[in-house]
Design a protein around this ligand. Structure first.
Ligand code: BG6
Length: 495
């Protein structure tokens, strides 16, 4: 691992949920693993009036994560808590950041830290630009001494126009090199492993194209409903919330060309290049190739419209399925099918690569085509499915699984996405962060669909029973194929 500079991490919106639930536990795990630099502090900042002690209480003593850690009598917590500080920004985020600057400089001096600062924006996106401008006005973006980095949480824009405006606004205060657009799916080991599976295995790469692959399928399912996030979610919907960012990132890693090196610019350029090859939409293609749905009450589970914060006449989709193509040499005529939804039978994310049939069916019995299943979560791992001869007379073929579980690889636990991502920005490695152009390209692809869904009244919003795999229309999207059912798959392999 590269040496990490001493630094200060300033979290804007630190009184919010993400800080206590994800960021502080991730930093604590990094501290426990001895990954943090020698001199390092976190300065939480937000509009809530709190002291350093209140902040420590809030993010450590009141958090579920730390309740477990304390049970394990971990001495680390005490040391770690001393690294946490808090600054009240006053009434709103737009007042002068001079007091913030003074506090940062004072803490830097007391803790012998050079002016290397990360500003992590975990606030409502509507104030991202304002915060960046204020930081710039206070002279906190200047890199004459020490580096400055800006981390931006999702959602990055609401559509292409707003994402472009956001990029423009941030780029007035920070350079692209300084901006880290976070997508927590890129922090998942198994998502990163897509690169290794593809580019370190000579058995896969020669087959990874239209000649051998018949289709690519991605399922992202959650058993939970929207819970207490109805207010946010209703203005977003499944397509914006999951597809435009997380799933498009997975798609680009599956579809991209090999980078010339495993380094940020090379990988991000290839991802951007492949996104540019996505086939554009016409109104009739949107009608034929996209499906949206909303969960309805079933059994004890309420319907989406009855969730807290959701209007009774909401037209927001909680499920989306889409079929699309890349117009390029590698993927000509290979359909990609992606579905995502809340209130499905289980929580799972899987990529399934379906290979074409062998040229001639020589054996008796039903023969399935080879499948490579990349299990992003849970049971992180990879399964290769292929035909085997059943013992006995004749040549009966049965499809079997060669199954690798991440948990078999090492004793080490699979790190949480935020641990990896925070460590990367602390080291200045943007590989797992999205480029502004990438985000805009993804919006350019989804915008016409969102537009049509919003404005064409005859595009149906299908209801599906909570706890099911979505509306029937999503099955029809696949034509002669069927979605690979992760549940069935689990049953077969006894996981
Ligand atoms: C978030 C979405 O980005 O990702 C949530 O806003 C979703 O709606 C979550 O539940 C899923 O993340 P994970 O890591 O649990 O698959």
């Amino acid at each position: 691992m590269n040496k990490i500079d001493d630094q200060i991490l300033v979290i804007f919106g630190a009184s919010g949920d993400l800080t206590a639930r994800k960021l502080i536990p991730a930093l604590y795990n990094l501290c426990k693993g001895n990954y943090l630099p020698k001199n390092f502090i976190v300065l939480g900042a937000s509009r809530t009036d709190m002291t350093d002690e209140d902040f420590r209480d809030k993010v450590l003593n009141e958090s579920e994560f730390f309740a477990k850690e304390r049970g394990a009598k971990n001495a680390c917590i005490k040391d770690f808590s001393k690294q946490l500080y808090y600054q009240d920004l006053g009434g709103d985020y737009s007042s002068s950041y001079q007091p913030l600057k003074e506090r940062i400089e004072q803490l830097a001096q007391e803790n012998d830290i050079p002016p290397n600062y990360i500003f992590y924006l975990s606030t409502p996106p509507s104030i991202y630009i304002k915060i960046a401008e204020n930081l710039s006005e206070a002279g906190l973006t200047d890199e004459k001494e020490g580096w400055k980095r800006l981390v931006v949480e999702k959602p990055f824009g609401y559509d292409l126009k707003s994402a472009h405006k956001l990029n423009e606004g941030l780029l007035k205060c920070f350079s692209e090199r300084q901006i880290y657009r976070i997508d927590h799916y890129l922090g998942k080991e198994t998502v990163q492993n897509l690169l290794v599976t593809r580019f370190s295995n000579s058995i896969f790469e020669p087959l990874w194209n239209r000649n051998y692959i018949s289709r690519v399928e991605i399922t992202n399912a959650e058993s939970d409903g929207v819970g207490s996030r109805g207010g946010y979610y209703d203005g977003s919907g499944a397509f914006r919330d999951m597809f435009q960012n997380h799933l498009m990132q997975i798609v680009s890693l599956v579809a991209m060309e090999p980078p010339h090196a495993i380094e940020a610019d090379a990988i991000r350029e290839e991802k951007l290049k492949v996104l540019k090859c996505l086939r554009g939409w016409t109104p009739s293609r949107i009608r034929r190739n996209t499906v949206r749905g909303q969960y309805a009450a079933s059994g004890t589970m309420k319907g989406y419209k009855a969730e807290e914060g959701v209007p009774k006449d909401s037209k927001t989709e909680t499920f989306a399925a889409i079929k699309f193509y890349f117009d390029n040499w590698r993927w000509e005529k290979v359909p990609f099918f992606v579905r995502t939804g809340k209130r499905m039978p289980t929580k799972v994310t899987e990529v399934v690569i379906h290979f074409k049939p062998s040229p001639k069916n020589l054996f008796d019995g039903k023969q399935e085509n080879n499948r490579l299943v990349i299990r992003i979560q849970p049971n992180e791992g990879i399964v290769l499915n292929f035909g085997m001869k059943l013992p006995g007379q004749g040549f009966q073929v049965e499809n079997v699984d060669m199954d690798f579980n991440y948990s078999d690889l090492s004793e080490a636990e699979v790190p949480e996405a935020y641990e990896r991502l925070l460590l990367d920005v602390m080291q200045g490695d943007p590989t797992l962060y999205a480029l502004g152009a990438e985000v805009e390209e993804a919006w350019a692809f989804v915008d016409p669909i969102l537009d049509a869904w919003e404005n064409e009244n005859d595009i149906e919003l299908h209801e599906y029973p909570a706890g099911s795999w979505g509306p029937e229309a999503a099955d029809k999207l696949l034509g002669k194929y069927e979605w690979t059912s992760p549940q069935k798959y689990d049953d077969d392999t006894n996981h």
